[in-house]
Design a binder for this molecule. Structure first.
Ligand SMILES: NC(=O)c1ccc[n+]([C@@H]2O[C@H](COP(=O)([O-])OP(=O)(O)OC[C@H]3O[C@@H](n4cnc5c(N)ncnc54)[C@H](O)[C@@H]3O)[C@@H](O)[C@H]2O)c1
Length: 269
């Protein structure tokens, strides 16, 4: 694809899947604005893209803070206007693991602060700009877990829950823009297991460290980014990287959305 004359803002784009998307769309001519809390990774991705001849700007932003998000969004609008694409890939894995026995209100609040309300803070600032501009594509990153239950759920119940919330948010926004005839498209991006550095190190040193090997065997961030970029040209709502997701969603529907029947469907009793 050619993205010349298109601007992408990628929030959480200094590492992992977001960084892979940033590199690839920049290589295809896009002007890329990366926002992230990690200054080291921000400098690294900006240097990488500009050394390869791409157009990039980096902004340090903490989506856990109203003030940081608002101030940096203003700077971005001032310097670059409203983007063609807003992609939010933020996650703070340290706050998302937890079994039923770990769950307290404070654990849940911490999990949602960056990983759900961080998305809301970005949207609160960008939606009015994109509406004024009369166009744009908003990508909200959820997870395959939001559309298909799996056996890893018991160890990251807050993560599964907030990814369902982000899927619901994308669904409702898509319908809302359509019902008011606003030409803003919403994508729910649902990657499945991807071997990013932070996803692997996120479980290190926890009681779930045995999962490192399984995550390391996930897809590469590059291949997930390739699938995402290939599919944004289709006018679809759901971009899922799980290979059999459409068939599996039908299977889940046949169980009347019963997660246990879906997970156990291939086992004989
Ligand atoms: N890796 C997987 O297996 C997988 C699977 C399904 C869905 N996802 C989702 O895909 C997205 C990207 O995942 P990833 O593995 O590439 O993650 P990642 O950790 O590599 O990248 C996320 C980025 O968010 C940034 N970030 C964290 N807190 C922030 C804050 N307060 N403000 C601004 N930036 C902040 C991090 O610095 C990091 O650069 C996430 O939404 C994740 O939940 C990942």
């Amino acid at each position: 694809m050619n993205f010349s004359n298109e601007t992408f803002v990628i929030v959480g784009g200094a590492a992992g899947i977001g960084a892979a998307i940033a590199r690839k769309v920049a290589a295809q001519g896009a002007s890329v604005i990366v926002c992230d809390i990690s200054e080291i990774n921000l400098s690294r991705i900006c240097e990488e893209i500009s050394t390869s001849g791409g157009t990039v700007a980096g902004y340090k932003m903490d989506v856990g803070s109203d003030e940081s998000t608002r101030n940096i969004c203003e700077e971005i609008f001032e310097a670059h206007g409203s983007p063609d694409h807003l992609i939010i890939t933020v996650v703070d894995y340290s706050r998302t693991l937890g079994e039923i026995s770990d769950i307290s209100a404070s654990h849940w609040k911490a999990a949602f602060e960056v990983n759900f309300f961080g998305y809301i803070r970005i949207l609160e600032n960008f939606i009015p700009r994109m509406q004024n501009n009369g166009k744009g594509v908003i990508t909200i990153t959820s997870s395959t877990l939001a559309v298909l239950p799996d056996r890893s759920m018991p160890i990251h119940i807050p993560y599964s829950t907030l990814k369902h919330a982000l899927f619901g948010l994308a669904t409702a926004m898509s319908v809302a823009f359509n019902s008011t005839k606003q030409p803003i498209r919403v994508i729910s991006f649902c990657p499945s297991a991807t071997a990013t550095e932070n996803a692997i190190s996120g479980v290190a040193g926890t009681k779930f460290s045995h999962l490192q090997g399984a995550i390391a065997q996930g897809a590469t961030a590059d291949s997930v980014a390739d699938t995402f970029i290939e599919k944004i040209k289709d006018d679809e709502f759901l971009i899922c990287t799980h290979p059999n997701y459409a068939t599996d969603i039908v299977e889940l529907a046949k169980t009347k959305l019963n997660p246990l029947r879906f997970i156990n469907r291939n086992q004989t009793s």
